[in-house]
Design a protein around this ligand. Structure first.
Ligand SMILES: Nc1ncnc2c1ncn2[C@@H]1O[C@H](COP(=O)(O)OP(=O)(O)OP(=O)(O)O)[C@@H](O)[C@H]1O
Ligand SMILES: [Mg+2]
Length: 352
C-alpha cells in the first residue's frame, strides 16, 4: 500500500541428502537481513544422489521447518544437483546473440545424452566464440522428471516453487554476494555435502566449468563405521569431533585422511581436465562450502596439495544476522551448510 514494495522477503529451500535447509531473507535497498533459518535432518535413504526417493518425508520436513520458524512466505526458490543435471560450455554457430536461442535446441542435442523431449534447457551467453564464428554459451540441461520430482514435493508441502536452480550456481551466487571477488580472479568453489560434491570454477561472475561428483561426507562416515565397527550415529559423531568409545585420535585421523585423499583426487582430476579443455590459466583460490568443509584437516590438505589459499565460505558475510534473534555461534557453526539455501534466497530477489 504505502511503499511496501521496497522491502521484500524470499525463501531459499535446499533439499540435500542429509537435511532440508530453509533460509528466509529480507532485502531493503542493497541490504540483506536474515529473517528465519531452519534445518531438518532426513533419514538415510530419503534423498539419494539428489533424487527424492521418499517424498512424504521430505514434504513433512519442509512443513515442519516452516511451522517451527513461522515462515509465512510461500514462494520458494529451490535447486537440483547430481546425475541428470548437465552443465556444458559449448560454441553455438549463430550470426547474432539474438539468434542463439533459435540455434540452442539443435546444437544442444549433440551434447546431451538424453532425449531432448525429456529435458529442460537453459543457457547463458558467455561471449563471442574463441577461434570460430558464433558464441560461447553455458548450456544447462536438467531432466524434466528431476525438476518435477522436486517441485511436486514442494507443492505437496504447500509451497510454490518459483525458481529451480542448480546447487553449483546457487553456491556461486551466495559466494559472489559475500565476497565480491575481483573480476579477473579465477576461483574454484567446492560444495561438499553428504553425498555430492559440486565443483564450480568461476571468474568474473561466469561459471567456466562445473561438475558434480558423487563423493561427500557419507564416505567418511561409512569408512569409520566399517573400519572401527561403529553404528552410523557413532561414526557421524566421531567424524564431527566428538569422543566415541575409546577410539584413538590418531586412528580416527588416519581413516579420515584416507577419505580426504580420495576427495582430493577428484578435485585434482577436475582441475586437470579444466586446464586441458578450457584455459591453461591457474586457479588462484579455493572456497569450500557444505557440511563436509569442516572435516578435520581437509582445508589444510587442499592448501598443501594446490598451494593456493583455501577458505571456508561464510554465506552470511554480507547479511545482517541480528544477535538478539539468532544464536550467532550456532549460525557460524552451520554457515557453510547454508550456502546453497542462502544463494537461492538471494537469487529469488532477482525474479519478479
Ligand atoms: N562439524 C562437522 N565435521 C565434519 N562433517 C560434518 C560436520 N557437520 C556436518 N558434517 C557433514 O556434512 C554433511 C552434510 O552437509 P550438507 O548439509 O552440506 O549436505 P547435504 O546438502 O544434506 O547433502 P548433498 O548436498 O550431498 O545432498 C554430512 O555428511 C555431515 O556428516
Ligand atoms: Mg547440499
Amino acid at each position: 500500500m504505502f511503499g511496501l514494495g521496497k522491502t521484500k522477503r524470499s525463501v531459499g529451500l535446499d533439499v540435500g541428502s542429509s537435511s532440508v535447509k530453509a533460509v528466509e531473507l529480507k532485502k531493503k535497498g542493497e541490504e540483506y537481513e536474515l529473517i528465519n533459518l531452519g534445518m531438518e535432518a532426513l533419514g538415510q535413504d530419503t534423498v539419494v544422489d539428489g533424487a527424492i526417493m521418499d517424498s512424504f518425508s521430505v514434504a513433512n520436513a519442509i512443513e515442519k521447518i516452516f511451522a517451527e520458524h513461522k515462515i509465512k512466505t510461500k514462494n520458494v526458490a529451490t535447486a537440483v544437483s547430481g546425475h541428470s543435471v548437465i552443465v556444458k560450455r559449448i560454441s553455438v554457430n549463430a550470426p547474432s546473440e539474438g539468434e542463439v536461442a533459435n540455434a540452442i535446441p539443435y546444437e544442444a542435442q549433440q551434447y546431451i545424452p538424453f532425449d531432448m523431449a525429456d529435458v529442460n534447457l537453459s543457457y547463458q551467453v558467455l561471449g563471442p566464440a574463441t577461434g570460430a564464428p558464433g558464441f560461447d554459451v553455458m548450456l544447462v540441461a536438467v531432466k524434466r522428471d528431476k525438476i518435477l520430482n522436486h517441485t511436486n514435493v514442494l507443492s505437496q508441502a504447500g509451497k510454490v516453487p518459483t525458481v529451480v536452480d542448480i546447487d553449483a550456481f546457487a553456491m556461486q551466487n551466495s559466494f559472489e554476494v559475500s565476497y565480491a571477488p575481483a573480476p579477473d580472479r579465477m576461483i574454484a568453489l567446492l560444495n561438499i555435502g553428504a553425498s555430492i560434491m559440486n565443483i564450480n570454477i568461476v571468474r568474473g561472475g561466469v561459471p567456466l566449468f562445473t561438475r558434480d561428483v558423487s563423493v561427500g561426507g557419507n564416505q567418511y562416515t561409512d569408512t569409520l563405521q566399517k573400519e572401527l565397527d561403529l553404528s552410523f550415529e557413532d561414526a557421524e559423531a566421531l567424524k564431527q569431533g566428538k569422543q566415541v568409545a575409546n577410539v584413538q585420535p590418531d586412528v580416527k585421523a588416519a581413516h579420515i585422511r584416507s577419505v580426504s585423499e580420495i576427495l582430493l583426487l577428484e578435485v585434482q582430476k577436475t582441475f586437470d581436465f579444466f586446464r586441458q579443455t578450457t584455459t591453461a590459466e591457474n586457479i588462484q583460490q579455493i572456497y569450500v562450502a557444505g557440511g563436509t568443509a569442516k572435516i578435520e584437516g581437509l582445508v589444510d590438505l587442499l592448501k598443501e596439495e594446490f598451494n593456493i589459499p583455501v577458505e571456508i565460505v561464510n554465506p552470511f558475510e554480507r547479511i545482517e544476522v541480528n544477535p538478539a534473534k539468532f544464536d550467532t555461534s550456532y549460525i557460524a557453526d552451520i554457515a557453510p551448510r547454508m550456502t546453497v539455501a542462502v544463494g537461492l534466497a538471494l537469487r529469488s530477489f532477482d525474479t519478479p
